[in-house]
Design a protein around this ligand. Structure first.
Ligand code: P6P
Length: 339
């Protein structure tokens, strides 16, 4: 008897369409395409240690193609599936200076664009630390049938239609959000399908884990230092001190905090006064997911999702996680912003 209790990603997204009578299936198609690319990346990531997957191996595969760096491989997989799908008119990627506009008739009439970081944290692969793909989906603002312009990409994060990530870790999980909710799908390698494993994810209101790179501590503002101090102290209200967890792979830190409660911070530093993380394809999608799940995300001054992008690869400070912890942080930042 086939196990009908667990929905595959495709079954789930198709059922979701029932809630939108006017749905065309394009978004379900786009998510299926991303899931396919993720399965292909997962195969390569799992070879870590067996082949040099970080550099150019210098090998030539059976198709006569040069074997590429893994993040370039992931980038190619995402572009390939989205370009040959029916749902995406073009993409922006951390790996590419400029956008890629899909100039075929089907893509030109597609209503979505997609932006992604194909493999965030790829430096962790050779030490077997989990890494991730982050993606963000918008409706294009220019007319379908015409060529995309940069305006289609420089939209504030609140206009996302969907956002998600894949973590290649102890298991491979795809988490995506639409305005209806956040759901997680774990890859079942025995059938090659992402299966619903984390329905309706809600970010715990509070938590006891904080993620920040303590190596930059003396580069942070006094307000950020003050909040880190609070995290490290026992206090009446929040049952501190908190536990510090920092994996160096943002998707993994944010995912853990999304499930268990916690806060992730990548503040501005002297070396990176605008922050390190990218707004369009790292912070916006994660902020969308966490907000739909009941958490919060700011740059220290405003909601991440309200920021109006001015360039494709712009960076931003990021504070993201459980609402109560974010409120504690914002109390510290408020004094700083007043001065
Ligand atoms: P640092 C990985 O390079 C990344 O973009 C995030 O995944 C991670 O959280 C952060 O940078 C780590 O940066 O400066 O603390 O090593």
């Amino acid at each position: 008897m086939v196990n009908r209790k667990v929905f595959t990603l495709d079954e789930f997204t198709l059922r979701e369409m029932r809630a939108f009578p006017q749905a065309t299936g394009e978004l379900a198609g786009l998510l299926r395409d991303v899931g396919l690319a993720a399965k292909r990346v997962n195969v390569e990531v799992n070879k870590a240690g067996l082949v040099d997957i970080l550099g150019d191996t210098g090998d030539v595969n059976v198709q006569g193609e040069e074997v590429k760096k893994l993040d370039a491989f992931a980038n190619d997989q995402l572009i390939g599936v989205l370009q040959h799908g029916i749902s995406c008119a073009g993409i922006a990627s951390e790996e590419l200076d400029d956008v890629v506009i899909f100039d075929n008739d089907i893509s030109k009439s597609s209503k979505y664009i997609c932006m992604f970081d194909p493999l965030d944290g790829s430096a962790n692969i050779d030490v077997n630390v989990s890494i991730g793909t982050i993606f963000s989906v918008y409706r294009r603002v220019t007319e379908t049938g015409t060529s995309l312009t940069i305006k289609d990409f420089l939209q504030p994060g609140m206009r996302q239609v969907a956002a998600g990530y894949i973590i290649y870790g102890s298991s491979t999980i795809l988490v995506y959000a639409t305005k209806r909710g956040v759901n997680g799908f774990t890859l079942d390698p025995s059938i090659g399908e992402f299966c619903l494993s984390h329905p309706d994810i809600r970010c715990p209101q509070n938590g006891k884990m904080y993620s920040v790179n303590h190596g930059n501590f003396f580069q942070y503002t006094d307000a950020v230092k003050k909040y880190i101090d609070i995290c490290q102290k026992k206090n009446k209200t929040n049952g501190g001190p908190y536990t510090q967890r920092y994996i160096g792979s943002m998707v993994s830190d944010v995912h853990r905090n999304l499930i268990k409660g916690g806060i992730f911070m990548y503040p501005a530093t002297d070396a990176k006064p605008k922050g390190k993380l990218r707004l369009l394809y790292e912070c916006n999608p994660l902020a969308y997911i966490v907000e739909v799940a009941g958490g919060k995300a700011t740059d220290g001054k405003q909601r991440i999702l309200e920021k109006q992008p001015t360039e494709l690869h712009e960076r931003t400070p990021l504070f993201i996680g459980s609402a109560t912890m974010m409120a504690e942080l914002e109390d510290c930042l408020a004094n700083e912003n007043e001065h």
